[in-house]
Design a binder for this molecule. Structure first.
Ligand SMILES: Cc1ncc(COP(=O)(O)O)c(C=O)c1O
Length: 440
C-alpha cells in the first residue's frame, strides 16, 4: 500500500518509536523488568481512592444517561462543543481566578485530548509555512530556549523546519547541602544571537517547566526574560506545565506561575494520575482558543468529556490542589530523595553528577566521560532487565554529533515502587562501575 508524504512522515521508523516499542514490550513481558524508562505516573493510594470515589459518583449522577424527565444534558451521552466540556471550562475559570489573578473568562480555555494533542495543534499553528508582509513564503520554527527538552515534541510538525534549539549553560550546584549536582540554565546570549530569531523565522517559544527529561525548573528570572523576548519578537511563549503548579505540582523550587495574553499555558490531567482519560487544558488569548477549537472540530469533532467529568468536582472544591500539594508532590519528592541516595551509594567514587531534582518524575544522570555512549549503555541495561532512556533523543533541533554531553546522560523515571528503584539502580551501578573500571 502506498502512503502519502504526510503518511510517510508519521510511519517512518524512528529511534524513538523503536524505544517506545521496547518500553511497551517490557510491560507485557513475563520476565521481571526494572521499568525506569517510561513517563507513566506512579500509583498513589490516596489519589486512586479519590478518583475511584469520583467515578462511582459519576455513575450515579446521570452523567452516563440521558434523563428524559430532566432538561439537564448528560455529559457522556452528548458531544460537547469543539472547545470542550463547558462545565469543566467554567470550573477551571473559577479555579484559576481563585488561585491566580488572571481574570480569565471561558474564552480563555480550550480542552484537547491530552496535552500531546495540544502540542500537535500549537506547533503546527505557529511553526511551518507563513506568508510575510511582502507576500513571500517564510518557514518558521519553534524555538526551544533550553535543550534537553521533551522527546514528544519531535516529529509533531506536518511541515517546515521543526525546531531551533539552544544548548544550555551547565552550572555545578549543591542539592540539600551536598555536592555532585548540576543545573542547566538558559544561554541567553546564544539565544539572542540566533539568526532565525533576528530574521523573523521563529513562530513561538516553548519550554516545559518542570522539564521532562531533566527535572529542571526554569527560574522566575529566566521565565520573565523569555516572556520579554517573546513580546519583543511578537511571538507567543508556550509553557508546558504538565508537571507544574497548581496541579500536579511536582515542583520543589520556590517559583511562581504567570500568565498574560501572550502566554499559552498547557496543563494536563495525566500526571495527577489520569493519563488514560487523555485530557489537556490550554489557557490562552481568545484568538488562540478559537483556533484550537476549530482544529478540535476537524480532528476530533469534540474533545473527550470523561476526564472533564471526573475532574470538574475536584476543580470546583479544590480537591485537585489539595491532592497535588499533600499527596502527589511529597510522594515524588521522597522518591527523588530515595533514588539520589541509592545512586550516590552505588557510584560513590565514580564521575556521576545528577541534575538538581527540582520537579517532574525523573532524574537526569550525567556519567562524565563514560567510555561508551548512553545509547550503547541502554542496550546493555536492557539485556540485564533494566530500562532507562538514553539522552540523545532529548535534543530536538540540535546537531549533537559533536556534542559529547548529549551522549553521556540518561533519564530514569522515579515513579516506580521502591523495590524497582533499588533493583534498577543496583544494575545501573554494577554496569557503569565496570565500564569505568575497564577503561582505566
Ligand atoms: C513535558 C510533557 N509534556 C506533555 C506531555 C504529554 O502529556 P499528555 O498528552 O498525557 O497530557 C508529557 C507526557 O509525558 C510530558 O512529559
Amino acid at each position: 500500500m502506498k502512503f502519502s508524504k504526510f503518511g510517510q512522515k508519521f510511519t517512518q521508523p524512528t529511534g524513538i518509536s523503536q524505544l517506545m516499542d521496547d518500553l511497551g514490550d517490557a510491560l507485557k513481558s513475563d520476565q521481571p523488568v526494572n521499568m525506569l524508562g517510561g513517563g507513566n505516573p506512579a500509583r498513589i493510594e490516596a489519589v486512586n481512592e479519590l478518583f475511584l470515589q469520583t467515578y462511582q459518583a459519576l455513575g450515579n449522577d446521570g452523567s452516563f444517561r440521558e434523563d428524559i424527565n430532566s432538561t439537564a444534558t448528560s455529559s457522556m451521552a452528548n458531544y460537547s462543543n469543539p472547545q470542550g466540556d463547558a462545565a469543566f471550562i467554567d470550573a477551571l475559570v473559577g479555579f484559576f481566578n481563585r488561585h491566580y489573578d488572571w481574570n480569565l473568562t471561558s474564552e480563555n480555555i480550550a480542552l484537547t485530548n491530552g496535552s500531546q494533542n495540544a502540542f500537535f495543534y500549537l506547533f503546527n499553528l505557529f511553526g511551518g509555512a507563513f506568508t510575510d508582509e511582502q507576500n513571500e513564503s517564510v518557514d518558521k520554527s519553534i524555538l526551544l530556549p533550553l535543550t534537553p527538552e521533551y522527546i514528544g515534541y519531535s516529529d509533531v510538525h506536518v511541515e517546515g523546519q521543526h525546531f531551533t534549539a539552544v544548548l544550555p549553560h551547565i552550572d555545578e550546584v549543591t542539592h540539600d547541602g551536598e555536592a555532585g549536582f548540576f543545573k542547566y540554565r538558559v544561554d541567553f546570549e546564544a539565544l539572542e544571537n540566533l539568526p532565525a530569531l533576528k530574521e523573523g523565522r521563529i513562530g513561538a517559544i516553548c519550554c516545559s517547566r518542570p522539564t521532562n527529561p531533566t527535572g529542571n525548573v526554569l527560574t522566575d528570572e529566566e521565565m520573565a526574560h523569555l516572556a520579554e523576548i517573546a513580546k519583543r519578537y511578537d511571538v507567543p511563549l508556550i509553557i508546558d506545565n504538565a508537571y507544574g503548579m497548581p496541579f500536579p505540582n511536582i515542583i520543589y523550587s520556590n517559583v511562581t506561575l504567570n500568565w498574560d495574553d501572550n502566554t499559552i499555558l498547557c496543563f494536563s490531567l495525566s500526571k495527577i494520575g489520569l493519563p488514560g482519560v487523555r485530557t489537556g487544558i490550554i489557557v490562552a488569548a481568545p484568538e488562540v482558543i478559537a483556533a484550537v477549537s476549530a482544529m478540535n472540530a476537524v480532528v476530533n469533532l469534540s474533545p473527550t468529556r470523561f476526564g472533564a467529568s471526573i475532574a470538574t468536582p475536584l476543580v470546583e472544591n479544590d480537591a485537585i490542589k489539595d491532592l497535588s500539594d499533600n499527596e502527589i508532590k511529597p510522594f515524588y519528592q521522597q522518591q527523588a530523595k530515595t533514588a539520589v541516595t541509592l545512586l550516590k551509594k552505588e557510584l560513590a567514587d565514580y564521575p556521576l553528577v545528577i541534575h538538581k531534582p527540582e520537579g517532574a518524575i525523573f532524574l537526569w544522570l550525567w556519567f562524565k566521560d563514560l567510555p561508551i555512549t548512553t545509547l550503547e549503555l541502554y542496550d546493555i541495561l536492557k539485556e540485564k532487565g533494566t530500562l532507562i532512556v538514553p539522552s540523545q533523543y532529548f535534543f530536538p533541533g540540535v546537531d549533537i554529533s559533536d556534542y559529547k554531553h548529549a551522549h553521556e546522560c540518561i533519564r530514569m523515571s522515579i515513579a516506580a515502587d521502591e523495590q524497582t528503584l533499588i533493583d534498577g539502580i543496583a544494575v545501573i551501578g554494577e554496569v557503569v562501575r565496570k565500564l569505568y573500571d575497564e577503561a582505566k
